[in-house]
Design a protein around this ligand. Structure first.
Ligand SMILES: Nc1ncnc2c1ncn2[C@@H]1O[C@H](COP(=O)(O)OP(=O)(O)OP(=O)(O)O)[C@@H](O)[C@H]1O
Length: 567
C-alpha cells in the first residue's frame, strides 16, 4: 500500500471535533470589517481571556485565582491543607514524587508547600506575599516549590519544567527576596531572555511583584538604553535588569553597564541562549559578571543533554530539577498530527477549519518571514480576523499586535519562531504548526503557547510527504506526553542524527503558500521589492540613528531555532 495513503488514513483531520464550536463561532466577516470586538460575539463560556484580564488589560499576565481555573487547571495548583515543615527526608521524597518533581544534586534544600512557608522558613518579606495574593497567586506550582528554596540557598540551578508551569515566577521570587535583603549596591540581578517580547513580559511580571517597594527594575531595550545613555548615573540606581543577549553585550562592549556586583544571573530559555547562536554572547556576559558570589540559574521547558553538559562547565555544584518527564510537552495539550499531502493541502485544511468554525484565539506557526507574509495575504481575504508578527515588523507594530491578540481583538496570529518561546497568552485555544517544526524543542515550545497554567489546549501539526521522514520526532514527544498515538506511527523510524542536524540549521525548501498564479506572483514580488526598497531608503535617513530595517533583517528571511530577534 502507498505509504502516504497509510499516513493520511491514520492521521485524518477530524472535522467533527470542531462541531461544538460551529454553533457558537461562525466567522463570516470580510477583512474590511475587522474592527468588531471579538468579545462582543463570543459567548461568556468562551470568554477566553476572562473578566480578570479584561478589566485590567495591563495586568493581563497575572494568574487567575485557582478557584476560577476550570477543569484540569485545578491540577496545576493543588490546594494544600498541610503547611507544616517536613519532618524527615522520606516525607520530602514522597512529597516530591506526588508533585512529579525530580531533583538531583548535593544537599538539596527542602521544597516549600505554600507561599506562606517562604515567609516562615526563608524569611521572605510580607510584601512578597501581599503582592502574590493581589495578583491572584495562591499556591506555588511544582517548579516554584522546589526552585525557590534552592535559589534562596544561593545554589546554581538547572530547572527543566513544562511550558506554562510558572518558571518565571520561580526565578523572579528568589531574585526579589535576595535583592530586597541585600545592601543596595547597584545592579545585583540580571535576567536574560532570547527575545524582546519575552523580556518585556518578564519585566511586566516583575513590576507587578515589586508594587509598593523601592526596588528599581530596568527593561533594557534599544530605546531605553539610548535614553539612559543621557544619564549614566541613573544606570547605577537599578537593582534588577531584564534584557536580551545582544543588547546586553552591546552595553558591555560600550562600557555602558557595570555587572561586577551582579550576584544573580538567570538565563531564561537557557537552551536557546546556550545554543550555538548565542554562545559567544553568553560567554561575554559571564565574563562581565566578575563577582565571586555569582549564582547562575538556567530555566527552560527543554534542556538537551548537550546544553546541560555545557552548562555544568560554567556552574558550581549545580542542582538539577526536572518537573514531569524530560522531552515531553505539557500534558494538558491535545496533540494532533494531520497529513495534508502537499503544500496546497495545508491551505485547504485551514480553510476547511474556518468554514466549519473554530474556537479562537489561534496561533499559526510558519518557518520563515516570507511564508508568514504569504499566509497572511491568503487568510486576510478569507474574512478571518488575522494579523502577522515577525522581526521585520517595527517594534510599535509588534507591541500593538501582541496587545490586540491578548485582548481578543485579533483571533488568529500568524507568527514565526519569534513567538515560539516563553510568550504567555493564557487563553490560546489552538496552535497550528502550518510548517513542520525543525526541532523537537521548537515543537514543544510552539505548542506550549496553548495549554498554559493547567488549562487545556489543542495543537495541530500539518505534515506533507516532505516532512514524513521527521514525523517520528514529534511522535516521540506525543508518546512522552501521554497522548494516544496509532501503533503504525510508533513503528516509524527515527530520522538519522545527521539529517536532524541539517534540518535544525535550515528549514526544508517548500512550494510557495500563495495561490496566486506564478506570473502574478512575480509581478507582486517585484512590486513588494520596490515598496520595501523605498521604505528602507526612508528609514536610512531617519535622524535617530536606528539601523535600517534592511540591515536588521539581513539573513533573517528564515528564522533560526534560536530567536530571530534578540535585540
Ligand atoms: N503559582 C501560580 N498560581 C497560578 N498561576 C500561576 C502561578 N505561577 C505562574 N502562574 C501563571 O502561569 C502562567 C504560565 O507561567 P510562565 O509564563 O511563568 O510559564 P513558563 O513555565 O515560564 O512557560 P514557558 O516555558 O512557556 O516560558 C502565567 O500566566 C502565570 O501567571
Amino acid at each position: 500500500m502507498d505509504f502516504f495513503k497509510l499516513l493520511g488514513a491514520g492521521a485524518k483531520f477530524d472535522k467533527s471535533r470542531f462541531k461544538e464550536d460551529i454553533s457558537v463561532f461562525k466567522p463570516s466577516r470580510r477583512a474590511d470589517q475587522q474592527t468588531i470586538d471579538v468579545v462582543d460575539i463570543v459567548p461568556k463560556e468562551l470568554d477566553f481571556f476572562g473578566d480578570h484580564s479584561r478589566q485590567q488589560s495591563k495586568r493581563s499576565d497575572t494568574a487567575l485565582p485557582a478557584s476560577q481555573v476550570s477543569g484540569s487547571a485545578s491540577q496545576f495548583i493543588k490546594e494544600e491543607d498541610d503547611h507544616t515543615p517536613f519532618k524527615n527526608n522520606n516525607e520530602v521524597a514522597t512529597y516530591l514524587k506526588s508533585h512529579r518533581i525530580k531533583v538531583t544534586g548535593s544537599d538539596v534544600p527542602h521544597p516549600v508547600k505554600s507561599f506562606e512557608m517562604l515567609c516562615k522558613e526563608h524569611e521572605f518579606q510580607p510584601f512578597v506575599l501581599r503582592n502574590l495574593i493581589k495578583f491572584g497567586f495562591k499556591q506555588p506550582t511544582p517548579i516554584q516549590m522546589q526552585a525557590i528554596p534552592i535559589a534562596v540557598h544561593r545554589r546554581d540551578l538547572i530547572a527543566n519544567a513544562p511550558t506554562g508551569s510558572g518558571k518565571t515566577l520561580a526565578f523572579l521570587l528568589s531574585i526579589l527576596h535576595q535583592v530586597h535583603t541585600e545592601e543596595k549596591q547597584g545592579l545585583r540581578a540580571v535576567i536574560v531572555s532570547p527575545t524582546r517580547e519575552l523580556a518585556t513580559q518578564i519585566h511586566e511580571h516583575l513590576s507587578n511583584l515589586t508594587t509598593g517597594r523601592k526596588i528599581k527594575t530596568w527593561l533594557m531595550t534599544k530605546q531605553t538604553a539610548a535614553m539612559q545613555a543621557q544619564d549614566p548615573a541613573l544606570r547605577q540606581k537599578y537593582d534588577i535588569l531584564v534584557t536580551t543577549p545582544l543588547r546586553l553585550v552591546h552595553a558591555i562592549q560600550n562600557n555602558e553597564i557595570d555587572l561586577s556586583r551582579v550576584r544573580n544571573l538567570v538565563l531564561d530559555e537557557a537552551d536557546s541562549l546556550m545554543d550555538k547562536g548565542f554562545v559567544e554572547q553568553v560567554d561575554e556576559i559571564l565574563a562581565a559578571c566578575t563577582s565571586t558570589n555569582l549564582q547562575i540559574s538556567l530555566y527552560s521547558a527543554t534542556m538537551p543533554a548537550s546544553v546541560e553538559e555545557m552548562a555544568k562547565t560554567i556552574m558550581k555544584d549545580p542542582i538539577r530539577i526536572i518537573v514531569g518527564s524530560k522531552g515531553a510537552a505539557t500534558e494538558t495539550i491535545d496533540q494532533n498530527l494531520v497529513f495534508v499531502g502537499s503544500e496546497e493541502g495545508k491551505l485547504v485544511e485551514i480553510r476547511n477549519m474556518v468554514a466549519q468554525g473554530f474556537k479562537p484565539p489561534c496561533l499559526i506557526f510558519v518557518q520563515s518571514i516570507d511564508r508568514a507574509k504569504e499566509l497572511f495575504h491568503e487568510l486576510v481575504f478569507d474574512g478571518i480576523n488575522v494579523d502577522v508578527i515577525h522581526s521585520e515588523r517595527t517594534q510599535t507594530q509588534r507591541n500593538r499586535i501582541v496587545q490586540k491578540f491578548r485582548t481578543g481583538e485579533l483571533w488568529v496570529l500568524i507568527c514565526t519562531e519569534l513567538m515560539a518561546r516563553g510568550i504567555d497568552f493564557k487563553g490560546v485555544n489552538l496552535v497550528i504548526n502550518y510548517d513542520f517544526p525543525q526541532t523537537t524543542q521548537s515543537y514543544i515550545h510552539r505548542i506550549g503557547r496553548t495549554g498554559r497554567a493547567g488549562r487545556s489546549g489543542k495543537a495541530i501539526t500539518y505534515f506533507t510527504k516532505q516532512d514524513a521522514p521527521y514525523l517520528k520526532t514529534i511522535v516521540n514527544v506525543m508518546r512522552q506526553s501521554g497522548c494516544e498515538v496509532p501503533e503504525w506511527m510508533l513503528q516509524l523510524k527515527n530520522p538519522k542524527h545527521n539529517d536532524r542536524k541539517i534540518l535544525k540549521k535550515k528549514p526544508l525548501e517548500r512550494d510557495a503558500i500563495s495561490t496566486v498564479p506564478k506570473y502574478d506572483q512575480k509581478r507582486q514580488k517585484h512590486k513588494q521589492q520596490i515598496i520595501e526598497q523605498s521604505k528602507a531608503k526612508k528609514q536610512r535617513v531617519q535622524p535617530n540613528g536606528e539601523p535600517s530595517a534592511k540591515n536588521k533583517s539581513k539573513n533573517k528571511s528564515h528564522d533560526s531555532n534560536v530567536s530571530e530577534d534578540s535585540e
